[in-house]
Design a protein around this ligand. Structure first.
Ligand code: ATP
Ligand code: MG
Length: 327
């Protein structure tokens, strides 16, 4: 039996943070390194264009994502790591899908509605984001797409779009969506308590400087409870970030500290900071070393890009035949 295909992408929109790590990277690394999957992990630079218009920032962010995956020990013999833009077939398939997706359907997407609600002008790339994401997933015939809760709707869109395509051309090209397992993870809050996001400036960065990390952790927004007060752990930002670093026993111990009282926010932040610094030991050095040797990262991404493209071209050549672009 052939292996299940795992696919995951991160937008090249800024500094990686612990929401990305616990929400996506960690699962991807564990699943890929287990050897049980044909794993495709990509840097979504076409998606990033919807918001990033600075070429240096885009390139730097793309390399940082690759360096972070490697520093966090993604086994490159078991996963294909690549830039989305090195496989232009993603956009070609998205164009095909555009012809079976309606505007009202896309208007129901959360990302679009959020932008509209803020009275922001929505560019076509952003409007079409779910279609490109469907192409990302379906071009590799992915079975497993581990994403955070924020991306759940996009994966559901991919299921729908697979069906729209199959029905429009009366083919069984894309796997029936029920075969796609969605492993959803909780949303990690940012320092302000809302979802940690690269584009929101509320992050604790994975591989920023020690000072940046310290500043972010000490700046976590808390209520006005005094150290001696008993605190509701589940409603506390510090707890809700810290718990992801701990095993079950560690979480129980931390919970008790909050709930028993006598655990002030300054101490809670200092302990979280110590946990983060410990997590970074070794990884941060590896990350910095790679970022100082960017040619090495580029070379790794090129190898991954070629491999991914071969697979994507197989799908595209079937699609081209099915829709009449070739005979
Ligand atoms: P942007 O602000 O540009 O959307 P982002 O921080 O939301 O950036 P993405 O590139 O959109 O990051 O998402 C990469 C992966 O990280 C996705 O699988 C997403 O579900 C996951 N992710 C992002 N933020 C969080 C979070 N706060 N908690 C859990 N998972 C997250
Ligand atoms: Mg996002």
């Amino acid at each position: 039996m052939s292996q299940k295909v795992l696919l995951s992408g991160i937008q090249a929109t800024g500094k990686l943070h612990f929401g990305n790590y616990f929400g996506a990277m960690k699962q991807n690394i564990d699943l890929a390194n287990s050897g049980g999957y044909e794993a495709y992990i990509f840097i979504a630079d076409y998606h990033a264009l919807t918001t990033v218009k600075d070429k240096n920032a885009l390139h730097e962010s793309a390399l940082e994502i690759a360096a972070a995956y490697i520093a966090c020990e993604l086994d490159l013999s078991k996963a294909t790591l690549f830039r989305q833009s090195s496989v232009p077939e993603h956009t070609e398939l998205a164009w095909v899908f555009n012809n079976v997706v309606t505007m009202p359907y896309l208007m129901r997407a959360h990302a679009f509605k959020d932008h509209e609600a803020k009275d922001k002008e929505v560019n076509l790339g952003l409007f079409d984001y779910p279609v490109l994401m469907a192409a990302d997933i379906l071009i590799y015939q992915a079975d497993v797409v581990p994403v955070g809760a924020d991306q759940k709707q996009h994966v559901e869109y991919a299921r729908d779009i697979a069906g729209f395509y199959n029905r429009a051309w009366n083919v069984e090209q894309f796997k029936l969506p029920k075969d796609m397992i969605l492993e959803s993870v909780a949303t990690i809050p940012g320092v302000d308590g809302t979802k940690m996001s690269k584009s929101k400036g509320n992050v604790i960065s994975l591989f920023g400087t020690d000072e940046e990390v310290k500043k972010a952790v000490m700046g976590i927004v808390t209520d006005s409870a005094r150290p001696e007060d008993k605190k509701n752990a589940d409603e506390n930002n510090i707890f809700n970030i810290h718990k992801h670093f701990l095993d079950e026993e560690g979480v129980a111990t931390l919970r008790a500290k909050f709930e028993n009282g006598g655990y002030g926010y300054k101490e809670a932040k200092e302990e979280l900071l110590a946990t983060i610094m410990k997590w970074r030991e070794g990884k941060k050095e590896k990350f910095d070393e790679l970022m100082n040797n960017q040619d090495k990262i580029v070379a790794i991404l090129e190898v991954g890009g070629k491999k991914a493209r071969t697979k994507a071209q197989e799908t595209m050549s079937q699609v081209r035949g099915q829709i009449g672009l070739t005979k």
